[in-house]
Design a protein around this ligand. Structure first.
Ligand code: ZN
Ligand code: ZN
Length: 449
């Protein structure tokens, strides 16, 4: 994101002014020591820090970083390694009281996505800056301005404060467990779908769109692909490429102030599994793995839907008549969604289902149909080859390997539109009256596995 001025602002061609709160990224071998020097240089000796890690990330980098940071006054909190810490608002509040007691000047996370998300949110709540010392290339969230936190039982993206300094020591990244590398790649698969759905929404709903941000996110996914090809042959180079890709995608989100460029239906699905604790095999219960598994399912279903659109001729009057006969969504919610109704209500709040709006979207679809088909074909082809590469290096795509029950997959799949207020291919299927066909493609996918 080299277009930004030194204050981190960019007056973009999309009409928005994008802002980055991150000042420095250290992504090289020896970055741990380098960051300790930067700490002394910018904050002086004897500054008060509060450092969060867990037992695993403490061993991977925490101990080393703290000793390099030497003369600073550190209050530390090391969470247990097992069971893995869950990023909940209750935990954020508990940690906030500990931070208050320590009255630090700076918060530091040493860890993966969960530790970084907790500290970015604490940083916002406490009005204190934070630094991120990443220990694995497993997510693209280190450089984003949001955190994935469980609020009232549902996993989702909340406002946070971006890290001022991000430290990715490639010696540490390279040594991260193989599962973490796969997770990083899995999280990046989502960018092809996000690019497709964002463009779809731009065409059909007129949603605001940033070409620069969406391109940066897409390029990050392409970068990850080349990293995957070399995984194993040159672990150092692959860790570097994957780290770069994850950071770029995160910066795209930070610049945008949201996750539109990085996440669509596959993330809604993954967040559902995280909320419902659906994945019983702890080894693979990692955000990026879940996102990758969901991405392959979306690839299958999106392909089926866009293939159907090839010779689809829209009968607008018939669709609008069906709309008139539909029950309001509230009267047709299926029983299985009961535990998730607070999330559904939050996403549906203020959303109107208006006949006139639907007619406008159908008209926009008709005018943009060729362009939509072109974007979809390109993105789904790229995603298909990315999935193939990941299959070749042992990515755990099968539901059985994750110990994931078909009902935990089909429930969110059927109800995607209620779980996220963000226009996606699922909304298009509904608008065109093809939602039943999309649902059947999901069921077929599960049966084939
Ligand atoms: Zn993600
Ligand atoms: Zn822009």
């Amino acid at each position: 994101m080299s277009h930004f001025d030194e204050k981190g602002t960019l007056a973009c061609a999309c009409g928005q002014s994008h802002r980055l709160g991150t000042r420095t990224v250290l992504a090289s071998r020896g970055a741990l020591e380098e960051s300790a020097e930067l700490l002394v240089r910018t904050r002086g000796r004897g500054s008060r820090l509060w450092v969060l890690s867990d037992e695993n990330t403490e061993a991977a980098a925490g101990t080393l970083w703290k000793s390099a940071a030497g003369k600073t006054r550190i209050t530390e909190r090391v969470l247990p390694g097992l069971p893995k810490p869950h990023p909940t608002m209750a935990l954020v509040d508990l940690l906030a009281s500990e931070v208050k007691a320590a009255s630090p000047e700076l918060l530091v996370s040493v860890g993966g996505g969960v530790i970084s998300d907790l500290v970015k949110r604490l940083s916002l709540d406490m009005g204190l800056p934070n630094w991120c010392v990443a220990t694995a290339p497993s997510v693209d969230a280190y450089s984003s301005g949001t955190s994935a936190i469980n609020v009232n039982g549902f996993h989702g993206s909340v406002h946070a404060r971006a890290s001022e300094v991000i430290v990715c020591d490639l010696d540490v990244m390279e040594k991260a467990p193989g599962e973490m590398h796969l997770a990083g790649l899995g999280d990046l698969l989502a960018k092809f779908l996000a690019f497709l759905d964002w463009n779809l929404s731009r065409i059909v709903t007129g949603e605001s769109y940033c070409e620069l941000v969406s391109r940066v996110a897409l390029e990050s996914a392409r970068g990850a692909l080349s990293a995957a090809r070399h995984l194993g042959r040159d672990p150092g180079e692959s860790a570097r490429t994957l780290t770069d890709a994850a950071l770029s995608s995160g910066f795209a989100m930070q610049a945008l102030g949201g996750s539109r460029s990085a996440a669509t239906a596959e993330h809604t699905m993954a967040h559902f599994w995280e909320s419902a604790h659906s994945v019983r095999n702890g080894r693979w219960d990692l955000h990026g793995i879940l996102t990758g598994v969901a991405s392959r399912m979306m690839l299958h279903s999106y392909r089926a839907l866009y293939a159907r659109l090839g010779d689809f001729s829209l009968d607008e009057m018939a669709r609008l008549r069906r709309f008139d006969a539909e029950l309001p969504w509230r009267e047709s919610v299926e029983g299985g969604l009961a535990p998730f109704m607070s999330k559904v209500n939050e996403e549906m709040a203020g959303r109107t289902f208006d006949r006139g709006d639907l007619a406008c979207r159908l008209e926009a679809f008709r005018n943009g149909q060729a362009q939509i088909a072109e974007v979809a074909a390109g993105m789904l082809d790229e995603l298909a080859s990315a999935v193939e590469i990941l299959e070749g290096i042992g990515f755990p795509f099968s539901l059985r390997e994750l110990a994931l029950q078909p009902r935990d997959v089909l429930l969110p799949f059927r109800n995607m539109r209620l779980l996220r207020r963000r226009y996606s291919t699922f909304d298009l299927a509904y608008d065109l009256g093809l939602d039943e066909e999309l649902r059947m493609s999901g069921e077929g996918y599960i049966e084939d596995l």
